[in-house]
Write a protein that binds this ligand. Structure first.
Ligand code: SF4
Ligand code: SF4
Length: 326
């Protein structure tokens, strides 16, 4: 960009981060828009091993996934943002409750984050004139964790989540890819150390080695992405009472002691999502499902998937009740 020297870029980056905070993002970092070579190799090996299960969409647009200039012509910078969704409300501890991952307790994050990213984009245009770019929230072939890591917002932990030293891992990630040159922040070290709590706690053994998730064994994948009734019985038994997602490997992570309450009211829990008994979820009909999960992430599993998850959880609870000695 003509007349846009290094100092001007530094000042703009600082002001951009302040504006991101003002809009409600909890962190903002920048990386240079360039091919993700190392991450591409890892993604390729992961796909080759079949760990993505039936998420065939992950195989598509591989070239775009690893190169931001294929998504935005002339891209110079990737601006990553984190948005905390942690709500200071516990899951109901009863085994008869249908457990929903806390990221899905409030309004659909895609809409909330996109709205704020568009505002950040408009702010950037107001500073530098017309900007060519796009906003992404888990919705296009963008490797959001890889970009957030490169932007210094955290490291990818052994549980494969991005972890931030100041807030743990209960946040959403979004990006702006723009043709504005900005100073990159650079990655930070991995602070997992010798800890293996997530690997030890995973009920299905989905973390097949540190930093490697076999999604086909992961309760999140099985309850959200996997369609059909062909979940192997040995995995069904280990799904417990999770009916949408799973928070175990985040709940046990010591870095989540730094979690704090979200400032976004739209991420607060909708009534009933942290504590409805499975038998009540079993009664839900299609119309009630649509109403309850309108503008909410749970709708992704579709009515049939949700009912299947409730059926499996009820089987698990009934089996465990029978096995409990008097
Ligand atoms: S989300 Fe649950 S099932 Fe998946 S890796 Fe983490 S602990 Fe294991
Ligand atoms: S539980 Fe331990 S090993 Fe797993 S992501 Fe957190 S710090 Fe890393």
């Amino acid at each position: 960009m003509p007349g846009f020297d290094e100092h001007a870029q530094q000042r703009l980056a600082q002001a951009l981060k302040a504006e991101a905070r003002r809009l409600g993002f909890d962190a903002c970092g920048i990386s240079k828009a360039e091919p993700l070579d190392e991450e591409a190799r890892r993604l390729e090996a992961w796909l080759k091993a079949g760990y993505h299960g039936t998420m065939y969409w992950m195989e598509r647009h591989f070239d775009k996934r690893i190169d931001p200039t294929r998504l935005v012509e002339g891209a110079r910078s990737v601006i990553s943002v984190l948005h905390n969704y942690y709500q200071p409300v516990a899951h109901d501890p009863s085994p008869e409750t249908g457990k929903i991952s806390r990221y899905a307790w409030g309004d659909d994050y895609h809409e909330v984050l996109k709205e704020k990213l568009y505002q950040l984009f408009a702010w950037l245009e107001a500073q530098v004139g017309e900007v060519h770019g796009r906003a992404f929230v888990d919705s296009a072939p963008v490797m959001d964790k890889a970009w957030a890591r490169r932007s210094g917002l955290g490291w990818i932990g052994k549980n494969t989540n991005l972890i931030n030293r100041r807030m743990g891992s209960f946040f959403f990630i979004g990006e702006l890819i723009v043709d504005v040159p900005l100073p990159p922040d650079g990655p930070i070290p991995d602070y997992c150390g010798t800890c293996t709590r997530c690997i030890d706690a995973c009920p299905t053994g989905a973390l097949v080695q540190p930093y490697v998730l076999d999604a086909r064994r992961c309760i999140s994948y099985l309850t959200i992405e996997h369609r059909g009734d062909d979940i192997p019985p040995e995995l069904q038994e280990k799904m417990g009472n999770w009916i949408f997602g799973c928070d175990i490997c985040q709940d046990v992570c010591p870095w989540n002691k730094f979690k704090y309450a979200t400032s976004e009211p739209r991420f607060m829990p909708r009534p009933g999502l942290p504590d409805t008994p499975l038998e009540r979820w079993e009664e839900l009909d299609l119309e009630a499902f649509r109403q309850k999960f309108r503008k909410n992430a749970v709708k992704r599993t579709k009515f049939e998937g949700f009912k299947r998850n409730v059926r499996i959880a009820l089987q698990n609870v009934r089996r465990d009740t029978l096995q409990t000695p008097e």
